[in-house]
Design a protein around this ligand. Structure first.
Ligand SMILES: NC(=O)c1ccc[n+]([C@@H]2O[C@H](COP(=O)([O-])OP(=O)(O)OC[C@H]3O[C@@H](n4cnc5c(N)ncnc54)[C@H](OP(=O)(O)O)[C@@H]3O)[C@@H](O)[C@H]2O)c1
Length: 249
């Protein structure tokens, strides 16, 4: 059985990865949809055009994650695609955040992503792919978005390194780094503070970002950046030292 595993499939970009996965890789027989909210996972499931399985779980809870590990060893699938889209970010000064909110970002964006990637690689074959949702926030440190930006830098660095490690096995790895995308992400993100107004000018549509990411996987890219403004930001952050950029911001 050849499968795609999509975390964060109950919302936003994860939902679109689930929708596009069967067309992207026609060998996929089944899609595993992961998220905490069973009702919203069900809504994604209703729109699926191929056989799908809902796995409701909190990826940061060891006892719930065990269910996933058991499913892997029971079915022993070939994993053609792993999309790590589960994640969240909270805007605001670090000191104003509860430890739970700040640490939670590290737990889901970094630790859970790393663990599931580690567990899935042994089930992958030539031409399988790993799609990790990073962010344009990864490009430089972001005061008032400090933990989130740092977690996404981790995802970017981890994915780029893995791209090279898995090249010999012909497993593709990509970090997806969009700017702001119009999803329910901001319902959680704006818990303490609103998003900066200038960022709203660069808001993208979720399906466009996902389409671009899948095209970039096909092209064998290691980083997918949607839209000219974010491509420019990426180039600028490679050229200009962080100190100058932070002063300017
Ligand atoms: N929207 C943006 O502007 C933007 C920009 C750049 C990067 N990103 C990144 O893109 C990814 C997808 O974000 P999105 O915009 O699609 O946001 P979203 O609509 O809020 O989706 C986030 C998904 O993560 C799942 N999730 C969160 N915590 C989880 C946990 N502990 N266990 C299992 N699932 C969990 C949520 O499902 P449940 O609530 O059902 O658990 C939801 O399906 C995230 O990693 C985000 O950081 C977003």
């Amino acid at each position: 059985m050849k499968i795609a595993i999509i975390t964060g499939a109950s919302s936003g970009m994860g939902k679109w990865f689930a929708a596009y996965a069967p067309a992207f890789d026609k060998t996929i027989d089944e899609i595993w949809l992961i998220g905490r909210n069973e009702e919203r996972l069900n809504a994604t499931y209703q729109h699926m055009k191929i056989k799908s399985r809902i796995i409701p779980m909190d990826l940061t809870k060891a006892e719930e994650y065990k269910k996933f590990q058991i499913a892997l060893s029971k079915f022993r699938p070939v994993i053609r695609m792993l999309v790590n889209s589960a994640g969240y970010g909270i805007i605001g000064p670090f000191v104003d955040m509860t430890a739970k909110d700040a640490g939670g970002m590290v737990d889901i964006n970094c630790e859970a992503l790393t663990r599931i990637t580690r567990d899935c690689i042994p089930f992958m074959s030539k031409d399988s792919c790993i799609i990790n949702m990073s962010s344009a926030a990864a490009f430089m440190p972001q005061p008032d978005f400090a933990v989130y930006a740092a977690t996404k830098s981790y995802v970017l660095s981890f994915s780029e390194a893995l791209y090279h490690e898995l090249k010999a096995k012909k497993i593709r790895v990509i970090a997806v780094c969009p700017g702001c995308v119009d999803t329910p992400f901001f319902d959680v993100a704006q818990k303490y503070h609103g998003v900066k107004t200038y960022k709203k000018f660069f808001m993208s549509k979720e399906r466009d970002v996902v389409r671009q990411a899948l095209l970039d996987v096909r092209k064998g890219k290691k980083v997918s950046i949607y839209g000219l403004p974010m491509k420019l930001l990426y180039a600028i952050t490679r050229l200009i030292p962080n100190e100058i950029l932070l002063w300017f911001m």
